[in-house]
Ligand binder design. Sequence first.
Ligand SMILES: Cc1ncc(COP(=O)(O)O)c(C=O)c1O
Length: 375
Amino acid sequence: MQLFDVYSRWDVAPVRARGCRVWDADGVEYLDLYGGHAVISVGHSHPYYISALKEQLDKIGFYSNAVRNPLQEALARRIGVVSGYGDYSLFLDNSGAESNENAAKLASFHTGKDRMIAFRRSFHGRTSGAVALTDNPAIVSPFNANHKVTFCELGDAAGVEQELAKGDVAGVIVEGIQGCGGIHVPAIGFMQALEALCRQYGAVLILDEVQSGYGRTGKFFAHQWAGVRPGIITMGKGIANGFPCGGILIAPEFQARTGMLGTTFGGNYLACAAALAVLDIIEQEGLMANALAVGDHIRASLPKTARIKEVRGKGLMLGIEFHEEVAPLRQALLYKKHIFTGVAGKNMIRLLAPLCLTREEADRFLEAFNEVLQP
Ligand SMILES: Cc1ncc(COP(=O)(O)O)c(C=O)c1O
């Protein structure tokens, strides 16, 4: 049997990793400024994280959500403290898409309404409901196109209000910073307008922090730069540093009902142990502050060339937009300089490094980047 060929893969097969470095079977070292697509938050194979997982596996790895799970309760308390959302509730699931599905479902249960507003260039995942909220026709099958989603322009509060005024909108979903759609940071005033409009029209503001959250921008969630408080916040990716885990934070006014949401694997002991270890490391190593400082350093030190159109993002969620296609530059970075980078569209290099990226590692990237930009 062969693999179903849905990925465009690099010709690299990592077998070992540590911090922001990855090695193949021949011992070739790569610098990881992609973080496995924003998943590796505290660094690859962190010794503290490894022992937390091993210790947990020795005790109990899995039981269903039919029993009380003290690790879930501990994780809820910890996320509450570090995020400032201690009065919210936590529901744990397995991925970003599942978190967004659950958020949309909950918003619909809560309001009794059935339409959602999402934004142009959004990405919320690939499962049925999440992909319906995603503005990319290439990945939306006829089955997924449910016609219950209206796409507005990011930044167009008047357009959002026009839709909300129709009275049938359950929720408005927006990324803390648009990731796959090309690193677009919503303006602070726009986020504040969304919060006010959702309150005015009785819709739920859902913040997708799957990629932009968990300390990546220097605050726990990117939307906290705008000072807004959404009804639901969705999480995934960096929450457990590669162990599959997702979750949603739910505002106090939401009523829970048995069976409203559920999952077999979500919140299992290993995922919770991994997520608790991630929070310990983020706090002990000051990784949120590091993400902001090293991200700012990269931004300030990028080569000044007319080939770069714009640099967008915050902390270690950066998009370098070129006037030209970036595939040759990324190939050179990967195969000549041994540096992993991400992409968003044809013209943007996207950097989603682990939050522990050091200034020296950033400088290694900057030097290599300068070299591959030479004609
Ligand atoms: C903003 C955002 N939401 C949701 C998802 C989907 O997450 P997952 O792939 O874990 O389902 C992603 C993945 O890239 C994302 O960037």
